[in-house]
Design a protein. Structure first.
Length: 173
């Protein structure tokens, strides 16, 4: 009789443990979505409009970024616009696992992938031409290449925290 009670207890414990894990994972995803939506709402309530929207279809990313002089143009708020002129756009973001790690999947991009930036009245489309890893020193070099109008995206390398990943795209429209 005692063995039967122990078996039932173990089966119930295993069942509850599996369900707890499933519920915990589901709750985390729901909470994360609420927080992400809240962060987007927070950005919209700041009283500043986005300068533009960065969209990278391959990694399902679509996020706004602020004017370079905005107090909210910081990586800690999501995307940071480092440079902005007609021939060069440089954006940075985190690649970790926080809610503002918008470049966490940047390492999935390959040559030929598309990047879009939408401004008030215009859309620029870029194609990834090359990418590289370099020492993380707070500087992104504008490599001398044959690309006259480009975008540069940069983030920390998830594998080597002393390095950063740099993706360079050429304007195609």
């Amino acid at each position: 009789m005692a063995k039967k009670i122990i078996k039932i207890f173990l089966l119930v414990a295993i069942f509850l443990g599996i369900n707890h894990t499933l519920i915990a994972n589901f709750s985390y995803k729901v909470i994360a979505n609420i927080k992400i939506n809240s962060l987007d709402n927070f950005n919209q309530k700041l009283g500043e409009d986005y300068l533009g929207i960065l969209e990278i279809p391959k990694i399902n990313l679509k996020k706004g970024f602020y004017n370079i002089n905005s107090q909210y143009n910081r990586v800690k708020y999501g995307l940071q616009l480092i440079k902005y002129d007609p021939n060069l756009v440089i954006l940075a973001s985190h690649s970790g696992n926080s809610l503002i790690s918008y470049f966490k999947d940047l390492d999935h991009l390959t040559v030929g992938d598309e990047i879009r930036i939408t401004y008030k009245d215009a859309e620029d489309i870029y194609t990834i031409k090359y990418f590289y890893q370099t020492t993380k020193n707070g500087v992104v070099e504008n490599m001398q290449d044959q690309i006259s109008s480009k975008i540069i995206l940069t983030t920390c390398d998830k594998e080597d925290l002393k390095k950063q990943l740099v993706y360079v795209g050429e304007k195609s429209n």
